[in-house]
Write a protein that binds this ligand. Structure first.
Ligand code: KIV
Ligand code: NA
Length: 263
């Protein structure tokens, strides 16, 4: 695979070619995912749940994310490395810039931040400084206590319209990529069609430009209740590399996600 950059993702979008993304937390699995052709690796703050055993992503610290970023950076190969800003990195613009700086120094090539239209100023400041940003909308796990649980977002027309408007606002502010989590498939498609920037979905249907899953779900070691948007690709493969390859190929061929994985 040729080195994946932001320009690669933009070219995929223009060409109508979809791309695959997967979370990664260490060098070995990052290497396997990259070898399988997965274009984007995310050091997600989901590490608080799948690695640390917490019930949410809130306890994850900047140091935790930096540590896993350094590990993944050594194994990432040609894949693009995106990294999550942890809970409260968006407390102030100053903190946002400092935390993003730490992630970029650790090896991130793009940072991801949760937040609605109000994040526009912070995103503008990051992008001015040459830090590519992915804006995470829809179900934002860092606000789980306010949302009252991990629930599908944007189900009613007003809510859906607001998510679309927020995505537009953040793209205009300089977000290079939008990520939508747990929204109806119709909204995933609408946001992707409305914006020029690549839109990555998880539980957002087949109409987004890219797809992302948590690595543990792809390998069938989901702890607790299995969300409907995940699929165990190891069940149809001989080994971990085969599972990653299967996931990548199914995304590229638009075989995944299927209707049953969407809302
Ligand atoms: O932390 C994470 O793994 C994420 C993905 C689910 C998008 O943010
Ligand atoms: Na995350």
């Amino acid at each position: 695979m040729k080195t994946v950059t932001l320009s690669t993702l933009q070219a995929f979008k223009r060409a109508g070619e979809t791309f695959s993304c997967l979370t990664a937390y260490d060098a070995t699995f990052a290497h396997a995912a990259s070898e399988a052709g997965i274009e984007v690796l995310l050091v997600g703050d989901s590490l608080g749940m799948v690695l640390q055993g917490h019930t949410s992503t809130l306890p994850v610290t900047l140091d935790d994310v930096c540590y896993h970023t350094r590990c993944v950076a050594r194994g990432k190969g040609a894949s693009l490395l995106m990294v999550d800003l942890p809970f409260m990195s968006n407390a102030t613009t100053e903190r946002l810039l400092e935390d993003a700086g730490a992630l970029m120094r650790a090896g991130a090539e793009m940072v991801k931040v949760e937040g609605e239209a109000w994040m526009a100023d912070g995103i503008r400041e990051l992008s001015r400084r040459g830090v590519p940003v992915c804006a995470h909308l829809g179900l934002t796990p860092q606000t789980v206590h306010q949302l009252g649980g991990y629930k599908v977002q944007g189900r009613d027309a007003g809510q859906a319209e607001r998510i679309l408007e927020d995505a537009r606002t953040l793209a205009e502010a300089g977000a290079s990529v939008i990520l939508l989590e747990c929204v109806p498939a119709s909204l995933g498609r609408a946001v992707s069609e409305a914006l020029d920037v690549p839109v990555i979905g998880i539980g957002a249907g087949a109409g987004t430009d890219g797809q992302i899953l948590v690595m543990h779900d792809v390998l069938g070691v989901t702890a607790g209740r299995k969300p409907r948007f995940v699929k165990n690709f190891l069940a149809e493969a001989d080994d971990v590399q085969g599972a990653f390859r299967r996931y990548h190929e199914d995304v590229k061929a638009r075989r995944f996600p299927a209707e049953e994985h969407g809302f």
